[in-house]
Design a protein around this ligand. Structure first.
Ligand code: AMP
Length: 498
């Protein structure tokens, strides 16, 4: 058996695979380029034998050619983040001890010294792409394919290892659920050190024989311009990106708004994930685009697990039902399935689940119970549909003997007319155990104090859910994926031990 993604590409021949800043490339050109990269990496050896290769490239054709080249040489692809400062790049290099370090010429200065200090082979992607092709190994699909580093809200980031079989399971689940075909066309603007852009966007598009248009980064105006040109069939983004697109739409003239809305309507589906999608954002996007966003739940360790349906009713504030090939259940602290309607931790089983944390057998063992992966996310199933309550470590707040979901409180606070964004956290408190506290971003020119917010909140929330502490901030701390960094939010509050 050998790698299925590249085998499928061979059937697509001269069809367009990628449109990127560097030009337009067919599937054959992608295979040719990745074959050259693989030959370069092999460097006379027969097989990289599952050795990691770290690489840093902006979203574009060389990024995909490098990733596929590493796979075809039998290596493990380790994409680095464009947003990471030197110590974090060094951390990944030291954790993986790679066979080679490869950088796009524009970014070579960031990696060359790191490789040199450690005596590692370093190359620029242009050299790899120019190498004459040689014979390539047959790579078994059971072998390790990729390491993605988790954001690591507690402790050091861990390398999540997926095999070719895992990646294939993650891709085919989405191909089936969202009915990808070779007539599809998608725009990729997400960071490419994270599963969302790598698997859901690029790998699914290339598996389907579709066209993937890659832009170097997200820019609301440019994305709207591209949407207006037409031809895109699917759209995938994180909630903060939809918020930015809504903002740009609201600032446009009524005629432009109409054109933007009509352009969105021509797409067949628009999808949101990687963080909770506030219902208020879903509703605004419905007005902007005519689409009810399809929200799904996933994580680096499992790919995508739970999704609203492509056809049929989507439930705002909920993530739907398990995807094809994925088993999901909710359990209590002892691992026993909970009764319907009772909150529990989501456990996932199936071919989509990662194989191990790189070099951390103890952490791997702790992450599984009876063959199920313990996600650390708490949810409740209502009428067969999953609703996420948040991560047990930061979003489930234990206050005065009650367990409350930060996400539920955020949903309510976002309906306050002056609140643009908010993040609810539990701050250590001698009386309450944890005190429900909120950081808010307000509409320009507005003010809000805790007494006013509490009076408003008491009419809408159970008393113990109403925040007891409030800070107004200019913006919330977010990572490269636009996710709110809750431990950083906690630190804003006086007395926080986080
Ligand atoms: P990552 O591994 O960086 O993709 O982060 C995965 C985490 O993001 C999950 O464990 C959830 O906490 C969160 N997440 C992903 N999708 C959703 C969603 N639709 N709603 C709420 N949280 C989500």
């Amino acid at each position: 058996m050998s790698i299925t993604l590249t085998e499928r590409a061979a059937q697509q021949g001269e069809r367009t695979a990628i449109i990127a800043p560097e030009g337009t490339f067919s599937y054959r050109q992608l295979l040719d380029a990745s074959g050259r990269v693989a030959s370069f990496l092999l460097n006379g050896f027969r097989d990289l034998d599952q050795r990691p290769v770290v690489f840093l490239a902006p979203p574009g054709f060389p990024y995909v050619a490098l990733q596929w080249g590493i796979w075809r040489a039998g290596g493990i692809a380790v994409p680095l983040s464009l947003f990471h400062p030197r110590p974090e790049l060094e951390y990944v290099v030291d954790d993986t001890t790679p066979a080679a370090v490869v950088a796009h010429p524009d970014l070579a200065d960031r990696l060359r010294p790191i490789a040199a200090d450690r005596g590692l082979r370093f190359a620029e992607s242009t050299d790899a792409l120019a190498h004459p092709p040689t014979g390539l190994p047959a790579v078994a699909t059971s072998r390790r394919a990729m390491i993605l580093y988790t954001s690591g809200t507690t402790g050091k980031p861990k390398g999540v290892v997926t095999t070719h079989d895992n990646i294939t399971a993650q891709i085919t689940s989405l191909i089936e659920a969202w009915e990808w075909t070779q007539d599809d066309r998608i725009l990729e603007f997400l960071p490419l050190h994270h599963i969302h852009g790598i698997v859901n966007v690029i790998s699914c598009a290339l598996w389907a024989g579709a066209v993937c248009e890659i832009v170097p980064e997200f820019d609301a105006r440019k994305v709207w311009d591209r949407v207006l040109q037409g031809g895109l069939t699917l759209f995938m983004a994180v909630p903060t990106i939809y918020m930015k697109l809504i903002d740009a739409w609201q600032k446009s003239s009524p005629e432009d708004q109409k054109r933007m809305t009509e352009a969105c309507r021509r797409m067949r589906v628009m999808i949101s994930g990687s963080a909770a999608l506030p219902v208020s954002t879903l509703e605004k996007w419905r007005e902007v685009s005519g689409h009810v966003l399809l929200e799904r739940f996933g994580m680096t360790e499992i790919g995508m697990g739970i999704s609203n349906p492509l056809h049929g009713k989507r439930s705002p504030g909920c993530v739907g039902t398990p995807l094809p090939g994925v088993e999901a259940r909710l359990v209590d602290d002892t691992g026993t399935p909970v009764a319907p309607g009772t909150p529990g931790e989501i456990e996932i089983r199936g071919g989509v689940v990662f194989s191990e944390y790189w070099g951390r057998p103890e952490d791997t063992k702790k992450a599984f119970r009876n063959g199920w992966f313990m996600t650390g996310d708490v949810a409740v199933v209502e009428n067969g549909i999953y609703r996420i309550l948040g991560r047990s470590s930061v979003d489930i707040i234990k206050t005065g003997g009650e367990k409350v979901s930060a996400l539920e409180i955020e949903e309510t606070l976002l309906t306050h007319p002056d609140v643009v964004e908010c993040a609810v956290v539990g701050v250590a408190d001698p009386v309450w155990g944890e005190k429900v506290s909120v950081a808010v971003v307000l509409e320009p020119g507005k003010t809000l104090d805790i007494e006013t917010l509490r009076a408003w909140g008491k009419e809408r929330l159970a008393p113990y859910k109403v925040p007891k502490d409030l800070v107004v901030v200019e913006k919330l701390p977010r990572n490269a994926m636009g996710k709110i960094i809750k431990p950083a939010v906690k630190k804003i509050f006086p007395g926080s031990e986080a």
